[in-house]
Write a protein that binds this ligand. Structure first.
Ligand code: ZN
Length: 117
């Protein structure tokens, strides 16, 4: 089954790759976009994801963290510092891991929409 060009751009963005060629790096630092692809020269730096990535990250992780909070609250035998420390550490790490992927995926979506125009 062949993927549509828009879906290919999204999967490339999720991997932090150029949505046009899939080979160049999308980011030159953690969340800083490269001005252009080093392989194909596509101007990926012109695509502004704005506030979308943090918003989507909270949208995805919020329900999961709420569920984990309720689950940890039911385990009263565990010390509070372990429950809060573990949950807080997981929340921070999950955001740090997810944010660049969500940003790349959103840039891929925007690239796919622009490519169709
Ligand atoms: Zn490229």
């Amino acid at each position: 089954m062949a993927l549509s060009p828009s879906l290919i751009a999204v999967t490339r963005g999720l991997r932090g790759r150029c949505p046009a060629c899939g080979k160049g790096q999308l980011f030159m630092a953690y969340l800083k976009q490269a001005p252009a692809c080093s392989v194909c020269g596509a101007a990926t730096g012109e695509i502004a994801a704005e506030d979308g990535p943090p918003w989507l990250t909270v949208l995805f992780l919020g329900p999961l963290l709420a569920a984990l909070t309720f689950i940890s609250a039911r385990h009263e035998a565990w010390p509070l510092w372990i429950r809060l420390g573990g949950l807080g550490t997981f929340a921070i790490l999950a955001v740090l891991v997810m944010l660049p992927r969500v940003k790349g995926g959103l840039i891929g979506v925007l690239w796919g929409m622009r490519a169709r125009d």
